[in-house]
Design a binder for this molecule. Structure first.
Ligand code: ZN
Length: 252
């Protein structure tokens, strides 16, 4: 089975549309999403509708959590963006609108999903919505953290959340897609695959990131999109700080 795994769309419609086109060109029909569909970006309604209708399942991210629980741990700019996002999502659609279906979808997402031996969360297996798995944790091998994390699943775990695509293995390797020539072949060792972010990459490559599972192989893909349009939209919305747009141009 071939599956496209997307994550961290963050209401970036241009990036999501380009990724969905790339997925279609590759002949992939099964798509799953690891959360943070909204937050930071200018098109939460459109992105939620596309993800809801196109993905087989979607996992809850910390930005979906913040829609309901409030953005307590967020910085003031991210909190303001979530407050604006909540208003946008609750704004009535008109006669043929889908406001309730869209809202219900986003606030009732599961925190994990398994298609054994593949497992899917937004953050980590021990704190599925909020915990980050950063490269530095691996480089300086946080033994307690990673023995708990690798003890929490068998097989392969797909995550998002840091917006940095990579593979983390149980033997403390931290592998970037460039070091893997874009492809990771599964071994007997457990591995964590971060698929990167569609709508707000942070690895200094502005192009949208996603991954493809293809029968024992993970392929990382990057997709150019019309980033200037997204930046322009962000600038036109007062509640969204211009930094959210500028960082899209830098990919950081
Ligand atoms: Zn995110």
């Amino acid at each position: 089975m071939r599956t496209a795994i997307i994550s961290d769309v963050h209401a970036n419609l241009e990036a999501l549309q380009s990724v969905l086109e790339d997925i279609a060109v590759r002949g992939l029909t099964d798509i799953v999403c690891l959360g943070d569909v909204v937050g930071y970006g200018p098109n939460p309604r459109e992105c939620a509708d596309l993800v809801r209708t196109r993905c087989r399942f979607t996992i809850r991210g910390n930005h979906e959590d913040a829609l309901v629980a409030g953005a307590e741990g967020f910085n003031p700019f991210a909190r303001k963006a979530i407050d604006w996002t909540r208003e946008e999502l609750r704004r009535a659609d008109g006669a043929n609108g889908d406001t309730d279906a869209r809202w219900d979808f986003l606030v009732s997402l599961p925190v994990r999903h398994s298609d054994v031996p593949l497992h899917f969360v937004h953050g980590s297996p021990r704190d599925p919505v909020n915990e980050y798995l950063f490269g530095d944790d691996v480089r300086f091998w946080d033994q307690k953290k990673y023995s708990e994390i690798f003890g929490a699943f068998e097989g392969m775990l797909f995550v998002g959340h840091t917006h940095i695509p990579c593979v983390i293995t149980e033997s403390a390797e931290y592998l970037l897609p460039s070091e893997l020539e874009g492809t990771y072949r599964v071994t007997t060792e457990k591995a964590i695959v971060n698929v990167g972010s569609v709508g707000q990459p942070r690895d200094r490559d502005w192009r949208a990131s996603y991954a493809e599972w293809n029968d024992g192989e993970v392929r990382f893909h990057r997709v150019p999109y019309d980033v200037e349009t997204t930046v322009r939209k962000i600038r036109s919305i007062r509640a969204l700080t211009a930094t959210f747009g500028e960082r899209l141009l830098r990919g950081f």
